[in-house]
Design a protein around this ligand. Structure first.
Ligand code: NDP
Ligand code: OXD
Length: 313
């Protein structure tokens, strides 16, 4: 079995080393190594050069090294073979950590404390209990569901929104476009964990932000986006922060990455920027995951976590 590893934006060495370590029986082709395109049966990729996969005439499967596959689907030449994404407890735990950390940052209004400390002012803003703060999670998939459960365990009043109806213990589940206004109207901290698809592009816009709860205990609603930059209209988020529609925001993903040095989001006092590292793909955990899938294939078993290309995620 010959497998091409094609990764851009991340250092390749740890990946190649881990794959060769966990599956020495497979032929791994790394960057710069000569190969016969006809010999490649599987490709393991992260943001490969558009058009590259179309040059492999005998390609059987594409394994994406992350959860989101929007960059791959943006390549019009992507071969119509099964596309597998990462669903892994390591990735899920990292995202839940990020979401819990940042929900608590908003809930505990870290900004106010930092500003007060800088001014040497002893202020103690009213601190509501978690049960009095309503968190809304856009996307109740692998990542949204786990984050919702963790937040519910902390006592937050948690709701979620998905395309199709979902059941999550202790979480008020809403589904479909018609349910969105009611979900937003009861949300003090909005967490976006949606994939980027034609249906979700630009969803985090002025109208959506204006629909968030105005009667919450935090003095205004907060936004956390760890899904994709294409979900958000950045000018609308900045305008919402400036006119008080939003009390604060934490953004991990951007329309252009890396975020350009001159971008106004870097400097907004009520906005925390993180560099698209909410949940990194760990070479050890993710290589084990992909190798397990390759072994399933070799044993004639069905692949797991295959992307529904029609749905776009
Ligand atoms: P899943 O596919 O498991 O879940 C996606 C969720 O979004 C599902 O609940 C789905 O609904 C819902 N959804 C999709 N389209 C719509 C829509 N039009 N309206 C309402 N709900 C919708 O994905 P994951 O949870 O594994 O990952 C989510 C995203 O997180 C990834 O696509 C990626 O973009 C991002 N991500 C970001 C990382 C980071 O470091 N910042 C790291 C990893 C992932 P339904 O349940 O009905 O299918
Ligand atoms: C992913 C990511 O999709 O890291 O896994 O963004």
């Amino acid at each position: 079995m010959t497998i091409l590893l094609a990764v851009t934006g991340w250092p390749i060495e740890p990946w190649l080393e881990r794959f060769r370590h966990h599956a020495p029986e497979f032929g791994w082709v790394g960057p710069g190594e000569r190969f016969d395109p006809a010999a490649i049966e599987h490709a393991v990729v992260w943001k490969p050069r558009p058009g590259l996969l179309a040059t492999l005439p005998n390609l059987r499967t594409i394994f994406n090294l992350g959860a989101g596959i929007d960059a791959l689907l943006a390549d019009p030449t992507l071969p119509p073979v099964p596309l597998v994404r990462i669903v892994d407890p390591d990735l899920t735990a990292r995202m839940t950590e990020y979401v819990v950390f940042n929900v608590l940052r908003c809930h505990r209004r870290e900004w106010l404390h930092r500003e007060a400390q800088a001014a040497r002012r002893w202020i103690a803003p009213d601190q509501p209990a978690a049960r009095d703060v309503r968190v809304g999670i856009l996307g109740l998939g692998e990542l949204g569901r786990d984050a919702a459960l963790a937040l519910a365990r902390l006592g937050f009043d948690v709701a979620g929104w998905s395309r199709s109806p979902r059941r999550v213990d202790g979480v008020a589940c809403h589904a479909g476009a018609a349910a969105l206004p009611a979900f937003l109207a009861r949300t003090d901290i909005l967490v976006a964990l949606l994939p980027l698809t034609p249906a979700t592009r630009g969803l985090l816009n002025r109208d959506l932000l204006a629909g968030l709860a105005r009667d919450g205990r935090l003095g205004g609603p907060f936004l956390i986006n760890a899904g994709r930059g294409g979900l958000q209209v950045e000018a609308d988020i900045l305008a919402a922060l400036n006119d008080g529609t939003l009390a604060g925001a934490v953004i991990d993903v951007f329309e252009t990455e890396p975020l350009p040095p001159g971008h106004p989001m870097w400097a907004h006092p009520r906005l925390v920027v993180s560099p698209h590292n909410a949940a990194d793909s760990d070479p050890e955990a993710v290589s084990r995951n992909v190798v397990a899938q390759l072994r399933r294939l070799a044993a004639g078993l069905a692949l797991e976590s295959v992307v529904d290309r029609a749905a776009g995620y």
